[in-house]
Design a protein around this ligand. Sequence first.
Ligand code: PLP
Length: 413
Amino acid sequence: MHTKLICSQTGEEFSVNELHNLSTAGKPLLAQYDLDAIRSRFTPAVVRSRRERSMWKFREVMPVDSMDEVVSLGEGCCPLIKAHSTGPFERFTNLFIKDESFNPTGSFKARGMSAAITRAKALGIKAIALPSAGNAAGAATYYAARAGLECHLFVPEDTPPANIIESKIGGAHVYMVNGLISDCGRLCRQACDVHGWFDLSTLKEPFRIEGKKTMGYELAFDFADVDGTDELQLPDVIFYPTGGGTGLIGMWKAFAEMEQLGWIGSGRPRMVSVQADGCAPIVKAFQEGEDHAPMFPNAHTCASGLRVPIAVGDFLMLDAIAKSNGTAISVSDKELMIGTEEICRHQGIAACPEGGAVWKAAEKLLDDDWLKSDERIVLFNTGTGLKYNHLFSLDGIPRIDQHDENWMETIEA
Ligand SMILES: Cc1ncc(COP(=O)(O)O)c(C=O)c1O
């Protein structure tokens, strides 16, 4: 259980028993745990001995007093799949894909929602609201349904229809806004003030990051399994498709916690933030040596999860990238769509465009000699490609007339 919340910028402390959004300085709050106190009883062996297949096997470092409070649909424990070195992947010998499409509602957003909705429910919240690029909306809908909470979602009108429909079917109140996610966030905040809903915007409440950080914990166990050892291991490089950056910041927090627990040493993977050319505020700020990333003008990309022109956790991401000797890089929409198909066809994984983006970014960084081909590299496929059917067409798929006696000529042998 967490002991306090601290402002990520000023260190000001806040109680864990009250509801909070941002700190008084307007920055994200981060949950703190008494790691020294749990060190002797919370060990990798204890985690391995737990039978449940969910991220709640890390419950000592999660915002929960008792497992009875947990709102879970089996999130986390997603496979780390070693990529075959074939076709466009042949130059990589140690490439791994963490396939987050296995999560409930098909994306890593489930981890954050399970943690945040667990805590919101425990603190007596009855209604939540959030802006979303799509996948968070779907996840929030189903965790809210599971918890019996009312759910209000503000989404850009060009959000993938699959996300809007899944949210509608799941009983959420969905509002389609003629603007970007940043506009949705502003309207959501105003509606929360009027209606008393709890604002669950990413990093504007302290616990979605706690769910997402479990990706960092899992990687350490995954790589121990790869090596067949009990010693936790981290990869050399992590490629993360970045919108609000909650997963990147969360994994960075997880590594610090694991070091404090004595589970790992001081070595860290190089963190690579990947964005789209049409919406690359973190890449621009990183390249210009800034510690904050202003609003990116005219944000556009078909990878909806990357369509985040301004992020409240910008300085935390930039700090993690710099401290890890990482980098930030963008790819074009054309490249990320090619990358998506390559993962589907050569790895058998139904990648989302955000996953396609990280793959193409890895290729570019190998071309630039920033990566070595035998380094242990993790690409995050953050969601299922099945929600992006609107980006593809049925053109070119042969039609067969079952009454045509020459129909066999259509077969592509
Ligand atoms: C599939 C996918 N990948 C990546 C992201 C970006 O995640 P984050 O906001 O943690 O940076 C999103 C966010 O909507 C997403 O849906």
